[in-house]
Ligand binder design. Structure first.
Ligand code: F6P
Length: 402
């Protein structure tokens, strides 16, 4: 039999490590011949655009390099499969199954977030209904950490490490002048504030900043924000506020209103809106910094725990498929924080598809502008360890398709 893997959704530092996990486990599995990569997620299967991964990844060095390469080597997509009941949908599903059959692909691995799990759920159900033996297994990934069931998602730990390192550097930079300032740092995460909240970890390095943290899980009030900033200015010369991109800030039509295929709004820009507000209402030196895509592709400061777990969960997915499992997504279950111990197990994909796990409300302080120490215990193990990155000419080496 052959297998295929695809990557979908927003990039992370760990998504290629999961691909390596699938690939290396397949090499160890005698029943598996070819390992295909589908270009641009499920679109590659629809368009019969597949690559032979054994030709692409030839050596152990290639695998090591791929693990330290951010983003998705096979490209990505935000493609929503129509429901099977929709007009013309069945033809599309048949086209997908036909492509997989043509290449003798009996297991398909989709590395993605909650939207991608929608594809795994739909295709696994369809395959079962038509009596196809093709198995569909999901491998989680997202810097947003918003997948239910799993303790956390591959890619999140590395993004959180980058965000913390960068915020710490911004703290140093912002405190050099004698004049007062406010720095607003905008962090990704869509509707979930996990990544912004993770900056509480800086407390463990004796940082008092960020002084304010705003998450989409709490309602946002501009007047209260200004009051908070004024109160912090009375205590600190350089106030640092972290805001998650998903905070509700619809007033004044500051968001574009554009949506992707899954109906998600294109976010970004809240930091800039708040910067203008502070400038107009408080009138001090103020700067906003949007960490933007750097937080999801900064492999040079990735978390070793994250990369190694991403690889392990990819390998576990292959073992699950070989046991005949389909319509499942591999998840982490945390057994303890200290020592940090997680197990990997399959969960029914329907429990994750299109669902979001938000940052726990009970970890947000009553003031709605900070998070509790409980959150620190959760985040800390995920950012641990450094990867010894291979360098050339002073720059990290990235794997490229030859
Ligand atoms: O999927 C994760 C994510 O990086 C979110 O944090 C962010 O809101 C979104 O993707 C951005 O989407 P795009 O890559 O399409 O701009």
């Amino acid at each position: 039999m052959n297998i295929a893997a695809a990557q979908s959704g927003g990039p992370t530092c760990a998504i290629n490590a999961s691909l390596v996990g699938v690939f290396s486990e397949a090499l160890k599995t005698p029943q598996i011949d070819a390992v295909f990569g589908s270009i641009n997620g499920i679109e590659g299967i629809i368009n019969d655009d597949l690559v032979d991964l054994k030709r692409m990844i030839r050596t152990n060095e290639d695998m090591e390099l791929l693990k330290q390469t951010p983003s998705t080597i096979l490209g990505s997509c935000r493609y929503k499969l129509p429901d099977i009941e929709t007009d013309g949908a069945e033809e599309l599903y048949q086209k997908i199954i036909a492509c997989l059959d043509r290449h003798r692909i009996e297991a398909f691995f989709y590395i993605g977030g909650n939207d991608s799990m929608d594809t795994v759920e739909k295709l696994s159900e369809y395959a079962l209904n038509i009596g196809s033996r093709i198995r569909f297994v999901g491998i989680p990934k997202t810097i947003d950490n918003d997948l239910p069931v799993t303790d956390h998602t591959p890619g999140f730990g590395s993004a959180a490490k980058y965000v913390n390192v960068t915020v710490q550097e911004i703290i140093r930079d912002s405190s050099v002048y004698s004049i007062d300032s406010v720095t607003i740092i905008e962090i990704m995460g869509r509707h979930a504030g996990w990544l912004a909240a993770s900056t509480c970890v800086l407390r463990t390095n004796d940082e008092t900043a960020p002084h304010l943290i705003y998450l989409p899980e709490s309602d946002f009030d501009a007047d209260r924000f200004l009051e908070d900033v004024r109160a912090e200015r009375a205590k600190h010369k350089a106030v640092i506020a972290v805001v998650s991109e998903g905070i509700e800030l619809e007033a004044g039509g500051m968001r574009s209103g554009m949506v992707d295929n899954f109906g998600h709004k294109y976010l970004s820009g809240v930091g800039n809106v708040l910067e203008n507000l502070v400038r107009e209402e408080i009138g001090c030196k103020v700067r906003s910094i949007e960490l933007n895509v750097m937080q999801r592709c900064s492999s040079h400061i990735c978390s070793a725990v994250d990369i190694s777990e991403a690889e392990r969960i990819g390998a576990a997915a292959v073992r699950a498929a070989m046991e005949g499992k389909t319509g499942v997504t591999m998840v982490f279950r945390r057994l303890s924080d200290k020592p940090y111990v997680v197990t990997i197990e399959p969960a029914d994909t329907s429990l994750l598809a299109n669902k979001e796990k938000l940052f726990p409300k009970e970890w947000i302080t009553a003031s709605k502008n900070q998070v509790s120490d409980e959150a620190v215990k959760y985040f800390l193990p995920l950012i641990m360890g450094e990867v010894n990155i291979a360098m050339k000419n002073g720059l990290p080496l990235h794997f490229k398709i030859r």
